[in-house]
Structure formats: C-alpha cells, structure tokens
Write a new protein. Structure first.
Length: 258
C-alpha cells in the first residue's frame, strides 16, 4: 500500500490488517513506514515496511519487490500516495504540474505494471485512490483534479486489459475526509468544518476509516465480480450538487416545508 504511513493510507492498512491480511507499508521515508508497522503489530496485525519513492525511476519495482519478498507474493495493491499543489490551470507552474501528474498518476501506472506478475499469479485486486475532484473539478487544484481523472481512466483500462488474467481494478473517490491535505483548512478551523458538514447529506465529513472499510471490500473475495468501477465514498456529497444552485425565495420555502 503506497503512502500508507498516515491518513487514508494507514486507515486502509489498518482495516486490511484487522480483516486478517498481512500488509506492506510504503512511505517515502523508512522511519515513517517503520512507525506504521509498529502501530499495526501492536494492534495484533502483521505488517512489513516497504519504503521508497513511488515517483522515482525504478522506485515502483523496488517497492513491489520489497513487499513481495517479505509477504511471499501479493494478493492486492493499493495506490494511495499523492500530493496536492494548489493553483488553477492557468497559474500552476510547470514544476507543480509535472510533480502532481508524476506522483498521482504516473506512479500508479508504474506500481500496477510492477505488480502485474504477482497479481496474475494470485488473481489479485488493485484499488486506486482517486478523488471526488476527478468528477467535480475545483479551480484551486487544477493539476490534482486532472491527475485524479486520469487515475479513473487508467483504472478502467487495466480492468479491461488485465481482466482475462483474473486481475480486478477499481477506484475509490473519497469526498471530504478529515486529516488529509485537502481538508487541512477545515481541520484547523471549526467554523469551516461545521459549514462543510452542513452540505454533506449525511451531515458529517468522512473519516479515513470510512475509506479503509470500502478498500477492504474491494480487496477481498466479497467483490470478486466487481472491476472497472469507481465507488464514491463521500457521504452523498457528489449526488447533492444541485442543492447548491441558487433558488428563489419561494423555492427555498418549498424545500424547507416538503
């Protein structure tokens, strides 16, 4: 699992461990990966560290080899590592564009390709972490939205290409999840957090464990006939966008009384 030492990645690793899986924790730094491994083992799970830079040349192969050697093969792959560079399409620098696409998209391709032989042998499952921003772009993160949209396309392409090998490929698109870079503003400001909760149909923002539980489903035998799909884990936010369209006073009154 890439980017699994904290946040959503660690929640996925923890949920998978609790479900009985042995997990390999990837992080850019060995220290952070080791800390995550210690946390999981203290909770009774079995984990190993597979540190490395997913965006470096040859990095994916090194990470996959570490994980496969320690675990005796691979049954699943979770691509969660990501970065955010703020800026519109017009204001994003070439450096930020390249960095975002490399980590958030190209590294997913490289990790999938590096793990292909192992996943063929196990008829395994790939879970790519996309974003609600892939379908509903935000002007503040033009490169991020674009990269995550590309992840969705790659997810479906792999489902078609590698389906005959028995490999499943699916994506999860988180909404507003506490404790992540995209929600750091709300985590630091109670008024922003409250306003965000008000616009989500379930009236709360997500927790990393919400993503972890769905990832376990997609990795497990409970979803053996599910591939090429995107699961929106957003509390209904993406389904409620018309609620934010300005209305007349009469329409607002009807809405509140119906």
């Amino acid at each position: 699992m890439t980017g699994a030492a904290r946040g959503i990645g660690f929640a996925i690793a923890s949920s998978a461990s609790k479900a009985g899986a042995r997990v390999a924790i990837n992080d850019l730094t060995a220290e952070m990966a080791d800390k995550a491994v210690v946390s999981i083992t203290k909770s009774g799970g079995e984990a190993c560290a597979a540190p490395g830079d997913v965006s470096a040349r040859g990095g994916a192969s090194e990470i996959v080899n570490q994980a496969a050697d320690a675990l005796g093969g691979l049954d699943g792959l979770v691509n969660n590592a990501g970065i955010v560079r703020f800026g519109t399409v017009a204001t994003t620098t070439d450096e930020d564009w390249d960095a975002t696409l490399t980590v958030n998209f190209s590294a997913v391709f490289q990790m999938c390709r590096a793990a292909r032989a192992h996943l063929t042998e196990s008829r395994g499952s790939i879970v790519n972490i996309a974003s609600i921003a892939a379908d509903h772009p935000s002007v503040t993160v033009g490169s991020y939205s674009s990269a995550k949209a590309a992840v969705l396309s790659l997810t479906r392409q792999i489902a078609v290409d590698w389906g005959p090998l028995g490999i499943r490929s699916n994506a999860i698109s988180p909404g507003l999840i506490s404790g992540t870079t995209m929600t750091s503003l709300a985590d630091d400001h109670a008024d922003v957090a409250s306003r965000r909760e008000e616009i989500v149909p379930l009236r709360r923002t997500g927790r990393p464990s919400d993503i972890g539980d769905v990832a376990v489903f997609l990795l497990s035998d409970l979803s053996t006939y599910v591939t090429g799909q995107q699961l929106m884990v957003d509390g209904g936010l993406s389904a409620s966008l018309l609620e934010f369209v300005p209305r007349t006073i009469e329409q607002d009154q009807h809405r509140t009384t119906s």
